[in-house]
Design a protein. Structure first.
Length: 383
């Protein structure tokens, strides 16, 4: 009997791990797709994890073609049980005392809208979502309440997520996901070593505050197809990293973001002198248009969308907008970032064996936790 129990437990654990890996793979594919749609001549920042979680919650309340378009557009796992299991494992993965990675879902519901009880249970148990009744007709009060909650959840890094124009006369429900991340470097940059340095933009040069680490060992890998070098900067906590990618052609790099975000089969370690600019990015993204470009149509069509698992009948509920605001700051201590989506040692400066990794031109970066892409972006001009 004991042996049988052991076998069952092992099987269940393997199933959970498989579901988690499938969700991670889905989110990383979604990250590459979204990045390509957002790519422009300027800085880029997006949190695919924040967007993926809120879209997974939305598709849980959808049926038929609406559900299938959301699933395919967001690269969600085809099996609903696997998806729910994977989401649960992601929430468990985020619990770590070495760093802060907190994500919360919330559903605002019009006071007179009868949400289906099964969806309420699913939202609360699987997606850690809270539900709150709100009077959308009182726009100023509703906007103030929603934005106050988002500010609290993101330690005031995300402000003014929604405005009165986001809430139409027909608004009956609003789905919001917030994500906050804070982690310290395993090998911190020394404040006294930060100094103004030249950064080469596409058409000009600018002075930036450049951080330095001298003669320290780092993990790195190279992709010869992309003609790019990836330097992995570890943060405190198991498998938490910021990867900086330098390439001869950033255009070639961005055209193959799927390959950029793939985990390498093997990496190397070497001694590096690292120079990395301090930067702070903020962005507001219209994910509605991004998703339309990825094939999601019905979810946004009044009278055609089918969110009847949430409330009402087919055609009564549709998504009017999906907006994400993101923030990230990289300094000598580490990384602080947030997103909201609605729906002293001796320094050897001249180590003989140290390689140079000087980030003085536009670069791509991504933050991963256990291979899960939490943030991805591009710095054209550090700000």
């Amino acid at each position: 009997m004991n042996l049988l129990t052991f076998v069952i437990l092992v099987t269940a654990a393997l199933a959970d791990q498989s579901a988690l890996q499938e969700f991670i793979s889905s989110t990383n594919k979604f990250a590459a797709s979204v990045y390509k749609e957002l790519n422009s001549g300027g800085n880029v920042l997006v949190s695919p994890l924040s967007a993926e979680l809120i879209l997974a919650l939305a598709q849980a309340g959808a049926k038929n073609a609406t559900k299938e378009e959301l699933r395919q557009g967001a690269h969600l796992p085809p099996s609903e049980p696997t998806l729910r299991e994977g989401v649960g494992q992601v929430f468990a993965l985020l619990q770590n005392p070495d760093y802060v990675l907190r994500t919360v879902n919330k559903i605002y519901v019009a006071e007179k809208c009868p949400i289906n009880s099964d969806f309420k249970i699913l939202a609360q148990k699987t997606y850690n979502a809270t539900l709150e009744n709100i009077d959308f007709a009182s726009k100023d009060k509703a906007v103030a309440g929603i934005n106050h909650w988002v500010e609290q959840e993101t330690d005031s890094k995300i402000r003014n997520l929604v405005n009165g124009e986001d809430l139409g006369n027909k608004t009956v429900t609003l789905l919001v996901n917030t994500l906050r991340f804070r982690a310290n470097w395993s090998t911190p940059f020394h404040f006294l070593e930060t100094r103004p340095s030249v950064f080469y933009t596409k058409d000009n040069t600018t002075l930036v505050d450049m951080m330095h680490i001298w003669s320290e060992e780092f993990e790195f890998y190279e992709n010869f197809d992309l003609n790019a070098t990836f330097l992995v900067l570890s943060l405190e906590g198991q498998n938490v990293t910021l990867t900086v990618v330098l390439a001869q052609s950033i255009d070639l790099l961005e055209a193959q973001m799927g390959a950029v975000l793939e985990s390498p089969q093997e990496t190397q370690r070497d001694i590096f002198n690292v120079a990395l600019p301090k930067f702070k990015l903020e962005s507001r993204i219209d994910l509605k248009q991004v998703l339309k470009n990825l094939g999601v149509r019905r979810a946004f069509e009044d009278g055609e969308a089918d969110f009847s698992l949430i409330a009402g009948r087919k055609g009564e509920l549709f998504i009017s907008d999906i907006v994400q605001k993101t923030f990230i700051e990289v300094d000598e201590d580490g990384i602080e970032a947030a997103a909201a989506t609605f729906i002293v040692k001796l320094i050897n400066r001249n180590g003989n064996n140290a390689r140079e990794f000087r980030v003085d031109r536009p670069f791509v970066f991504f933050v991963k936790v256990n291979d899960l892409v939490v943030f991805v972006g591009k710095v054209v001009v550090p700000t």
